[in-house]
Design a protein around this ligand. Structure first.
Ligand SMILES: [Zn+2]
Ligand SMILES: [Zn+2]
Length: 139
């Protein structure tokens, strides 16, 4: 189980798992998704982090990328389904970034890139990033 050390470091036991994907090891594609979002350097995805809701620590552990997916499905301001508390462990700026990528993908799919000037001007590389990220997000 989880030990809370006095120096605030948290040791996650071998039997800990992500409450969203239900496994300990992150999916390698998750890290690619964080790279597409350009936040892979800012957030840990090789370890479990706390969702930051009111649930006990071992019940609130998630992969950062899994949590982004979860917010995208449940809503940007979704509360924990178990304790009802709004999670503080995942940056709102990152939730918005993921949502923006998905919205831009939707505009591309519906042939309306001109709705967002940046998207209308996006190069092939940016478009590929948006599409790949949205595929991951919707999987
Ligand atoms: Zn996970
Ligand atoms: Zn909770």
């Amino acid at each position: 189980m989880i030990k809370n050390c006095s120096d605030e470091a948290m040791e996650v036991a071998d039997d800990a798992y992500c409450r969203i994907c239900l496994v300990f090891e992150p999916d390698p594609r998750d890290n690619e998704a964080l790279m597409l979002l350009d936040i892979a350097e800012e957030v840990p995805n090789d370890v479990l982090v706390s969702l930051g809701c009111g649930c006990r620590e071992e019940l609130s552990l998630v992969h950062y990328a899994c949590a982004l997916k979860w917010f995208n499905i449940k809503g940007l301001k979704a509360s924990c389904e178990v304790c009802g508390v709004s999670p503080s462990g995942i940056s709102m700026a990152h939730r918005l970034k993921a949502r923006r990528f998905q919205f831009r993908n939707w505009l591309l799919e519906n042939d309306m890139p001109e709705r967002v000037p940046e998207l209308a001007a996006a190069n092939d590389d940016m478009v590929a990033r948006i599409v790949t990220f949205a595929e991951w997000l919707n999987n």
